[in-house]
Structures are given as structure tokens and as C-alpha cells.
Ligand binder design. Structure first.
Ligand SMILES: Nc1nc2c(ncn2[C@@H]2O[C@H](COP(=O)(O)OP(=O)(O)OP(=O)(O)O)[C@@H](O)[C@H]2O)c(=O)[nH]1
Ligand SMILES: [Mg+2]
Length: 234
């Protein structure tokens, strides 16, 4: 799965990726400011997550657009400790809302370790974030809630595809399972290829096209059996 880490200049995007990927991330920056991208890999409950960090400076819009392509979810990082950067952050937020209008988001009210940092409820008000979208107080200095933020996003993403996965599970591992699923869903060959390529790319299934069989990967199966699984052990 591809997760975009976006947000205003200096809000902590690169630090979030560094921390979540246990220091094994890649950062292309100049004097600490991202000028191209950050990249980190993390496995959560067996699911492979690719984190792509964007530059925060306003004039890097084109890069943000390129990096956004195909993102399944967004972690949007806000500097809770510096209201002076709100306007700039709001402008990046508008941009991401435009580029990825329907993509699931979680907001990080970052730098909670700083004295006087605004609480997540205040950040929600300032940035007019709807009540059904999570705003989570985080700190990359103490590690506060970083994993919670990512897991909350993943849980929302899985919830979104759960109806499809719940049908797929009926044909899992069966010879001819692909065509039986296609029949049940009234999908033609072209659409079925698209659906399975999409599922395979996200690491939800493994496919043997010659035998017409697919397998849901074990982590997806256990999440479907126990939907709260992904949020456990935070
Ligand atoms: N106190 C505190 N400082 C933080 C936190 N997260 C990041 N910082 C600091 O904020 C500064 C910017 O952090 P980065 O992770 O480079 O932020 P960024 O959003 O990637 O910045 P750009 O790529 O330049 O837009 C650095 O000095 C970090 O050490 C946090 O949670 N608390
Ligand atoms: Mg950065």
C-alpha cells in the first residue's frame, strides 16, 4: 500500500517517516529541507506499507503531484507549535484536497512535545477538519501516537475495501476462483484483470492467472476475521 506523507513546510514529515521506518528510510534533502522525497518501508500486521514523503515548500507543487499518484491514503502533518505556519499548511492542504479528493486521510497534530503546542481539537477547528476525519496528536521526538496514526489510516483503508474482500474470501484458493468471482460480480475479463492487478499491487492477494486461482494474503484474512486486529498492540 502506498501512503503519502504530506503537510506544510517544516511540520515534521521527514521525521515521521524516519521514526516509523525505524531509521531505515531514504531522504533527499538540502540542509534538512526535503527537496525531492522521503521514502520508508514498514510492515504493519504483515501488510507492506510504502511511505512517500513530499517536500513542504510551496513551490514544490509539481513534485507533490507526481508523488501523490496512486496513493491509497494520506498522513497530513501539521505543526501544532507554530501558528505562523498555518497559512502555508492550509495552502498545501487545499492542494492535496484538489490532487487526491477522495483519498482517505488522517491528520497529525505534530510537535505535541513542545510547550504550548495546540491540542488536536484546536487544530481540527483551525483547519476546519470534519468530525469523521481523525486528528491525532503526535510527536516525532517522543514517538507519541505515530504508530496509532498509521494504524488508524490502515484500518480506514481496509474498512473501505472490506465489502470487496468479504466477497473475495468466498472464492479464495479455489480452482477457477477468479472466473467464479467474475461471474458472481458480473465483471468482464478486462475489468477482472484490473481488479486483481489493483489488489495484487497493494499486497492483498497473490494470483496464479494460468490456474485461475487467487489467494488472499494471511494478514488480510486475519483482519477480515477480526476487523479490530489492525489497531491492536499500539
Ligand atoms: N519538537 C519537535 N520537533 C520536531 C518534531 N517533528 C519534527 N521536528 C523538528 O522540526 C524540524 C523539521 O522537521 P522535518 O521532519 O525535516 O520536517 P519536514 O516537514 O520534513 O520539513 P520540509 O521537508 O522542509 O518541509 C526539524 O528540526 C525537526 O527536528 C516534533 O514532533 N517535535
Ligand atoms: Mg522533509
Amino acid at each position: 500500500m502506498k501512503v503519502l506523507v504530506a503537510g506544510g513546510y517544516h511540520s515534521g514529515k521527514s521525521s515521521v517517516i524516519r521514526s516509523l521506518s525505524g531509521g531505515k528510510s531514504i531522504h533527499i534533502d538540502k540542509h534538512g529541507t526535503t527537496v525531492a522525497l522521503d521514502y520508508g518501508r514498514i510492515d504493519v500486521e504483515g501488510l507492506k506499507i510504502h511511505l512517500f514523503g513530499t517536500p513542504g515548500m510551496r513551490h514544490f507543487r509539481v513534485l507533490r503531484e507526481v508523488l501523490s499518484k496512486g496513493a491509497d491514503g494520506v498522513l497530513f502533518v501539521i505543526d501544532s507549535a507554530d501558528p505562523g505556519r498555518d497559512e502555508e499548511a492550509a495552502s498545501v492542504k487545499r492542494e492535496i484536497d484538489e490532487i487526491l479528493p477522495d483519498v482517505t486521510r488522517v491528520y497529525l497534530a505534530n510537535k505535541q512535545d513542545v510547550d504550548g503546542a495546540r491540542r488536536p481539537e484546536i487544530i481540527r477547528q483551525v483547519f476546519r477538519i470534519p468530525d469523521d476525519v481523525p486528528v491525532i496528536g503526535t510527536s516525532t521526538v517522543t514517538g507519541l501516537n505515530l504508530m496509532l496514526a498509521l494504524k488508524t489510516l490502515l484500518a480506514k483503508l481496509i474498512e473501505k475495501v472490506a465489502p470487496l474482500l468479504n466477497v473475495l474470501v468466498r472464492y479464495d484458493g479455489k480452482v477457477g476462483g477468479i472466473s467464479q468471482f467474475a461471474e458472481a460480480m458480473m465483471f468482464n475479463l478486462a475489468s477482472i484483470r484490473k481488479v486483481f492487478n489493483w489488489l495484487e499491487l497493494r499486497g492483498y492477494v497473490e494470483v496464479d492467472w494460468r490456474a485461475g486461482i487467487f489467494w488472499l494474503v494471511p494478514p488480510i484474512k486475519s483482519i477480515l476475521e477480526k476487523p479490530d486486529e489492525i489497531l491492536k498492540g499500539i
